[in-house]
Ligand binder design. Structure first.
Ligand code: C2O
Ligand code: CU
Length: 454
């Protein structure tokens, strides 16, 4: 909280007025149908505690960018127009797509230069909660606000009375109302990246959501922060985890906090208690020692509604432990800081910095194990494109998470073993989702060769 101490109680009144007067507690929808146009451009955003608008970079001028909605099985087309002053691209985090559509400049496409465009064609294979963001100069581009949610609906409509996206972001703001302009600083690099001082949900500071007693709602939490790890706490509320990282869990379980690292998503099935009329539940972050409010759920003082009874879908065990049981890890990535690279401090995987990195070359359809070994005392949320994986071991002890992921946090000095079965050929990035760490080299690729290739 060093650069920003100006938020006091007096701002609360302004904040409430702001929330009441603006119409976008629910995310802005992109044009319906299968074609979307997404423009990255300079824009401005009103934070409630500033007199002036904050200059940001945004998709279609809005913070966050429009929520792209499609239906499982559809192919959607997104024309990306870059009106920034620097090259960019869009990556569809968690979505299984053709490699050429993955949005990684230098790997799957050329950078989209200022004034140019690129059309992404995405076949939506899985229903779930995903998000999109640039994959170039990520620290700065995400740090200025470029990100949006991508929701793939299933064909079966379940009777939640509200289906809400919470795209969580973390801003490093100066008292003047602008975004702190230095990125990938020595401080960011030596620590867990750029942690901000204002956390927003859908661009709003501590928004309040109106709910009814007895109501059953779905909240899709997305950590779109540059670096901040979150553990949202829903005290007093009956919440269940129904999906993690865009895929249904294999077994629904009660929500007791989840380490939501940058990139991670969880979908919660929440029932507002019948006797909660007039109560306000404050959802807090509990990852750091200083718990702070993220949002609140204000229960209307009305008669409870009848809670609908239904079972959200679960996934079959598509990565059973047995198929990975006899498999020896084919790659261990040691994660640590070394001297060198563009910033003087490099974040290395096997002592190599992107793009000169130690890749994993594997074969389509073959069960594989990878070891992430954190030799540092910093956090590293490791993400792999184009696949889902299962955490099999943490610090030598077996793990049995009832879900798969595309991003997992490694705490200081931790070792994780993950298992996966690659289903898509191509060159897929594997990197730390703390943007400054990735910028300082913590990236490599998983190269999935088609089966018939020798
Ligand atoms: Cu959120 Cu390489 O991605
Ligand atoms: Cu990292």
């Amino acid at each position: 909280m060093k650069v920003f101490e100006g938020i006091g109680m007096k701002t609360i009144a302004i904040l409430i007025l702001f929330l009441m007067s603006n119409g976008y507690l629910t995310p802005v929808s992109a044009d319906s149908g299968k074609k979307f146009k997404i423009t990255a451009e300079k824009s401005s955003h009103q934070f409630p505690f500033f007199d002036t608008q904050t200059p940001v970079w945004a998709y279609n001028g809005s913070i966050p960018g429009p929520t792209i909605r499609g239906r499982k099985g559809q192919t959607i087309e997104i024309e990306f127009i870059n009106n920034l002053d620097e090259p960019s691209s869009i990556h569809w985090h968690g979505l299984i797509v053709d490699n050429a559509m993955d949005g990684v400049p230098g790997v799957t496409q050329d950078p989209v230069k200022p004034g140019e465009s690129f059309t992404y064609r995405l076949k939506l294979q899985d229903a779930g909660t995903f998000w999109y963001h640039p994959h170039l100069n990520g620290s700065e581009q995400l740090g200025h606000g470029l990100k949006g949610a991508l929701i793939v609906e299933s064909n079966e409509k379940l009777p939640w009375s509200q289906d809400i996206v919470w795209l969580i972001d973390d801003w490093l703001l100066e008292k003047t109302g602008s975004i702190y302009p230095r990125f990938n600083t020595g401080h960011d690099l030596m620590h867990d990246g750029r942690w901000g001082n204002v956390v927003t949900i859908n661009g709003l500071y501590q928004p309040e959501y109106s709910v009814s007693p007895g109501e059953r709602i779905r909240i899709r939490l997305i950590n779109g922060a540059n670096a901040r790890v979150l553990t949202p706490i829903f005290d007093g509320i009956d919440a269940k985890v129904i999906a993690v990282d865009g895929k249904p869990v294999t077994q629904i379980f009660p929500y007791n906090g989840f380490v939501l690292a940058p990139g991670n998503r969880i979908d919660l099935d929440i029932t507002i208690p019948v006797g909660a009329q007039g109560h306000t539940y404050v959802v807090k972050d509990g990852f750091t020692r200083n718990k702070f409010p993220l949002a609140s759920l204000k229960v209307k003082a009305v008669q409870p509604i009848q809670t609908p009874v239904f079972n959200p879908p679960t996934a079959e065990d598509f990565l059973p432990a047995e198929i990975l049981a006899g498999v020896a890890p084919f790659k261990t990535w040691d994660l640590e800081a070394i001297r060198g690279g563009q910033y003087g401090i490099g974040w290395a995987m096997n002592r190599l910095l992107w793009p000169n990195s130690d890749t994993a070359d594997i074969r389509l359809g073959q069960p594989q194990k990878i070891v992430f070994n954190n030799n540092s005392s910093r956090l590293h949320p490791m993400h792999i494109h184009g696949t889902f994986f299962r955490v099999l071991e943490r610090n030598g002890k077996p793990e049995a998470e009832p879900f798969t992921r595309d991003t997992v946090l490694l705490n200081a000095r931790e070792t994780l073993v993950i298992g996966l079965v690659p289903t898509e050929p191509g060159i897929w990035l594997s990197h730390c989702h703390i943007q400054s760490h990735a910028a300082a080299g913590m990236m490599t690729t998983v190269n999935v060769a088609p089966q018939n290739q020798n």
